[in-house]
Design a protein around this ligand. Structure first.
Ligand SMILES: O=c1ccn([C@@H]2O[C@H](COP(=O)(O)O)[C@@H](O)[C@H]2O)c(=O)[nH]1
Length: 288
């Protein structure tokens, strides 16, 4: 049975279609949920599971109707051990209840047999950690991600594969090869993967930083050919502006889901403050 039909049989449209609809309705912004110790302190919360929960649920409540997606940063829950992971489970459930798509920023990647276990955790129906999509690291080879790519397709969920990350050190691996760069391999593999999805947007996206400047041009990469969403971190706290995003992505800008965490979260803990920062960021992305 084709993937779209399988996912629909389970009552869920493919992730790419659901994200495209959310971006059309609410704009191209994802709000990152990054409960850094410093932010918890600024919000008057303890650096413990209770503080983490108050922080996370406040963000979901504030932004669910304004953002196309939320992106909890898994590391910041993991540092609280099992209690933190339980908060992450409740945060993902709250996002789902509030009707906003979730991207678990877990950056998982492993050999195929263990990748299947990661896929079960983040993408299988019934898993307490199941999110609408998950970030994946292709350092063990794009094809090592196969269990996650297939399970995502089967369950109407999605994946964002790291291609050109927003940190300056990323170049030392991702640009290697010049015209035949490592990043090109990832971009081409994602494009191939999205052939299994009909419609305008496939369910396999890429992570491409808003801070990469002219790298797409230098490496000769055409993100339009991917037919998938481009998750672009780096807006706000890492210095990128909406104008930078437009200049960096050019014709592919319509597929860009910009994500900002600290730049918006600094406006908390008031729900009104978070909402107004989210609206301002989103409006900046929508303005020509
Ligand atoms: O290339 C990447 C991939 C992921 N991230 C993640 O996005 C957020 C950015 O947070 P800000 O506070 O808006 O800087 C964070 O969770 C990173 O792990 C990234 O920045 N770059």
């Amino acid at each position: 049975m084709p993937e779209a039909a399988k996912a629909a049989a389970q009552g869920r449209e493919p992730f790419g279609s659901r994200l495209a609809a959310a971006m059309a309705a609410r704009g191209p912004l994802c709000v990152g949920i990054d409960p850094h110790p410093g932010l918890l302190a600024e919000w008057g919360l303890n650096d413990d599971a209770a503080g983490l929960e108050r922080f996370s649920l406040t963000v979901v409540e504030a932004v669910a109707s304004l953002a196309a997606a939320v992106k909890p940063q898994v590391a910041l829950y993991e540092r609280h051990g099992s209690a933190g992971m339980a908060v992450l489970e409740r945060t993902l459930a709250a996002a789902s209840d509030a009707g906003v798509l979730s991207i678990a920023d877990a950056k998982r990647g492993d050999i195929g047999s263990t990748m299947a276990a990661y896929a079960d955790a983040w993408l299988r129906d019934g898993s307490a950690l199941a999110a609408d999509s998950v970030t994946l690291s292709p350092y063990l080879g794009f094809e090592s991600l196969r269990p996650a790519l297939d399970l995502a397709a089967e369950h109407g969920r999605g994946a964002f594969v790291l291609a050109l990350t927003s940190n300056p050190e990323g170049k030392s691996v991702q640009h290697v090869g010049g015209a035949e760069s490592v990043a090109r391999r990832i971009v081409e593999a994602a494009a191939e993967e999205n052939r299994r999805y009909p419609g305008t947007m496939g369910s396999v996206g890429l992570v491409v930083g808003a801070t990469i400047g002219s790298a797409l041009e230098e490496l000769g990469l055409d993100l339009g050919a991917v037919r998938g969403p481009i998750l672009a971190p780096g807006l706000g706290a890492q210095g990128a502006t909406p104008a930078d995003l437009r200049a960096t992505f050019g014709d592919a800008y319509s597929a860009v889901l910009a994500t900002s965490s600290r730049g918006i979260l600094a406006a908390g803990p008031s729900v009104a403050g978070l909402r107004s920062a989210t609206e301002a960021t989103r409006d900046g992305l929508l303005e020509g």
